[in-house]
Write a protein that binds this ligand. Structure first.
Ligand code: HEC
Length: 204
């Protein structure tokens, strides 16, 4: 045992002097391990871990530093994914929106396939004054509509932001709710109403 260890160390030192050993392809190795050990269960699919789209690839490749060119490239491609509501209405029911904002269920191995997902908005945002348990990775959205108004431009921006946050901020921490099919169009209309309907407690 001791001999082997010394031999190994000696070998490594010699190799170190002679050539710089090629780095293994760590991504490949990790992916092979994941594919070997992970299984799809319900809505938690293996592909969600192993397949990246262009934005995810660029955000990983330039995780610590990104040029403004890369940011613009990501934002432009993500902007193309945004679909306006088919019925032309941006606002649904704020009461339903509050339930969606509160719910953190969805897309986990313990969820049924096809079950409605939550938005988990409170995990990252303050929204109503009544809810005192909220995260603060994202900015407070309290009085969002009261402060910003609901001009056509503001409705379009907010819809786009919730649909695909990366269209406005490359590599944002906010999930791409519409683009990734986390929330349906009707659910997006409901969380929009929570933020923008003058009757919503957010704007009182
Ligand atoms: C995992 C954290 C996270 C979750 C969950 C999340 N957000 Fe965000 N959100 C952020 C962050 C971080 C920002 C600021 C950075 C950015 O612009 O992307 C943000 C920004 C926003 C903005 C833009 C605010 C502005 O000042 O223009 C809106 C609107 C918004 N979020 C709405 C929502 C709604 C509605 C939900 C739930 C359906 C939600 N967010 C869920 C993290 C999150």
């Amino acid at each position: 045992m001791k001999k082997t260890l010394i031999a190994l160390l000696g070998g490594a030192t010699l190799a170190g002097c002679a050539t710089i050993a090629a780095e293994p392809d760590y991504r490949r190795v990790a992916l092979d391990l994941i594919k070997q050990d992970f299984r799809t269960k319900g809505p938690a699919t293996l592909e969600r871990v192993t397949v990246r789209d262009e934005a995810q690839q660029l955000c990983s490749e330039f995780a610590t530093e990104r040029s403004s060119e890369v940011n613009s490239r990501i934002e432009a491609s993500q902007m193309q994914t945004i679909k306006a509501p088919a019925n032309g209405k941006y606002l649904g029911s704020w009461q339903e929106g509050e339930k969606i904002a509160q719910s953190g269920r969805g897309m986990q191995s313990s969820d049924a396939l096809g079950a409605a997902n939550g938005g988990n908005c409170y995990a990252c945002h303050q929204i109503t004054k009544q809810e005192i348990s909220f995260g603060n990775i994202g900015p407070s959205l309290y009085q969002y509509g009261k402060i910003r108004g609901n001009s056509e431009e503001m409705l379009k921006y907010t819809w786009g932001k919730i649909y695909n946050a990366q269209a406005y901020a490359a590599c944002s921490n906010m999930p791409r709710f519409g683009h990734n099919g986390i929330l349906t169009e009707a659910q997006l209309q409901d969380v929009m109403a929570l933020l923008l309907d003058p009757a919503s407690p957010v704007n009182k």
